[in-house]
Design a protein around this ligand. Structure first.
Ligand SMILES: Cc1cc2nc3c(=O)[nH]c(=O)nc-3n(C[C@H](O)[C@H](O)[C@H](O)COP(=O)(O)OP(=O)(O)OC[C@H]3O[C@@H](n4cnc5c(N)ncnc54)[C@H](O)[C@@H]3O)c2cc1C
Length: 389
């Protein structure tokens, strides 16, 4: 057994864990990142695509925006197509940065390795011990099969919803709020297809569809589908035919489909986001529907809040930030959940496919009318997307 010591063990090397490590380094707080997968695996994992305005400002404040976001394009507008009629809403002055998650992750790893950070890939059998004591430890087996035990002051659980951190908290300690959005389901499609001019969402008689950029020659599409459907129900011809109809774009060019997945929407929130000296960060603490593009952004806001709290505890013996960590993060998380749920209900209940009934359908149509008619409603949408409110 190799025995080591650091201040923070960061479990998980996704957007939350890598960002946290980069911020802790800027606060002179030693940390070790343990990631179960290989660098090659996490480098390629495609998910989110927009770094919101407020997160880009946060990264700027830490002196990281240039290295992490480079010259990725900005866009603050949304194109909404309602039964084929196009509306552009939003505000480019508070636009998000179109930076695919895997690009952000790759850039974070480059920054950390250039700085000599302690990133350990292929860390198996990670286990957390003594979380409610003064000196927790984290054990793992390295790629050569050797066991390590790292003593630390804090454990940051950044290992997503499937990780070990969340389940290391004894049952009943955290309140868990879950919501399944009425079984709402999407087929998600990644394709080598030209991105749209602006992020695009469409309401149609056949259901919701969306088209988002994932780099210069790649797109992510979403198609509302039945809860019992599987990927096998969606051959490529059906995907493109449905997209052309729902997006109101008969000329939409097909591209090679590189990934398809059926995805059931759900929300999960853990409260508080800590247990003893374990602090949950990002998806380990909360899951949100991808509509609204908040998941990765919330993970980065959590990392920012936790890094500041640890800095104050370590260098100023001030624990107020750690005590407030959950409260501060949860306020933002609930606001994001509200925005995402509102957008989901508005864009899905408005179509016939959801069988939402005449009342919910009428309300959703009224919300779409307001969004496309009123500059004030458009401005509020832009601020919500930007993470400003
Ligand atoms: C299809 C899809 C589309 C999405 N679209 C968007 C979007 O448009 N905008 C947006 O903001 N968000 C989006 N999200 C959500 C976003 O991807 C997540 O919120 C984000 O990845 C959370 O980052 P994280 O670091 O908290 O968790 P993760 O990205 O899950 O990273 C956790 C890391 O921990 C590692 N790990 C797991 N278990 C262990 C263990 N036992 N030991 C060590 N390491 C471990 C994992 O390998 C992983 O690298 C989307 C998600 C999906 C699935």
């Amino acid at each position: 057994m190799v025995r080591e010591r650091t201040t923070v063990v960061v479990v998980g090397g996704g957007p939350a864990g890598l960002t946290l490590a980069a911020l802790l380094r800027r606060c002179d707080v030693p940390c070790i990142v343990l990631e179960v997968r290989s660098r090659e695996h996490i480098d390629k994992r495609q998910r989110a695509g927009i770094v919101e305005y407020q997160v880009a400002r946060m990264l700027e404040g830490w002196g990281l925006a240039d290295r992490l976001l480079g010259d990725a394009p900005q866009d603050g507008c949304l194109e909404l197509r309602v039964d084929g009629a196009p509306y552009v809403i939003g505000d480019n002055a508070i636009g998000g940065t179109l930076c695919p998650q895997q690009v952000l992750v790759r850039n974070l790893i480059d920054v950390l390795l250039d700085e000599g950070a302690d990133l350990r890939f292929g860390a198996a059998e990670v286990a957390l011990h003594g979380l409610t004591g003064e000196q927790p430890t984290v054990t793992y087996r390295d790629a050569e099969g050797e066991l390590h035990e790292i003593g630390c002051d804090f454990v940051a659980g950044c290992d997503g919803y499937q990780g070990v951190s969340r389940v290391s908290v004894p049952e009943g300690v955290l309140d868990v709020t879950t919501h399944d959005h009425g079984g709402l389901t999407w087929l998600t499609v990644l394709a080598d297809a030209a991105p749209p001019r602006h992020p695009l969402m469409a309401v149609s008689d056949l259901g919701f569809a969306a088209h988002f950029a994932r780099g210069p020659g790649a797109s992510r599409f979403y198609l509302q589908c039945g809860a019992a459907e599987t990927v096998a129900d969606w051959p490529e011809e059906r995907i493109w035919e449905q997209l052309r109809h729902r997006l109101g774009d008969p000329g939409l060019s097909a591209g090679a489909v590189t990934e398809t997945e059926v995805f059931a929407h759900r929300s999960v929130i853990h409260d508080p986001m800590s247990h003893g000296r374990l602090f949950l960060v990002g998806d380990a603490a909360h899951i949100i529907s991808p509509l609204g593009g908040k998941g990765m952004n919330l993970a980065l806001h959590d990392a920012d809040a936790f890094a500041r709290a640890v800095r104050d505890a370590v260098h100023r013996d001030d624990r107020a930030g750690l005590r407030d960590y959950s409260r501060v993060c949860l306020q933002r998380i609930w606001r994001a959940q509200e925005f995402s749920q509102w957008l989901l209900e508005t864009t899905h209940a408005a179509g016939d496919f959801a069988q939402a009934g005449p009342f919910r359908r009428g309300l959703a149509r009224a919300r779409l009318d307001r969004l496309t008619d009123s500059a004030t409603a458009g401005r509020l949408y832009a601020e919500l997307m930007a993470g400003l409110t």
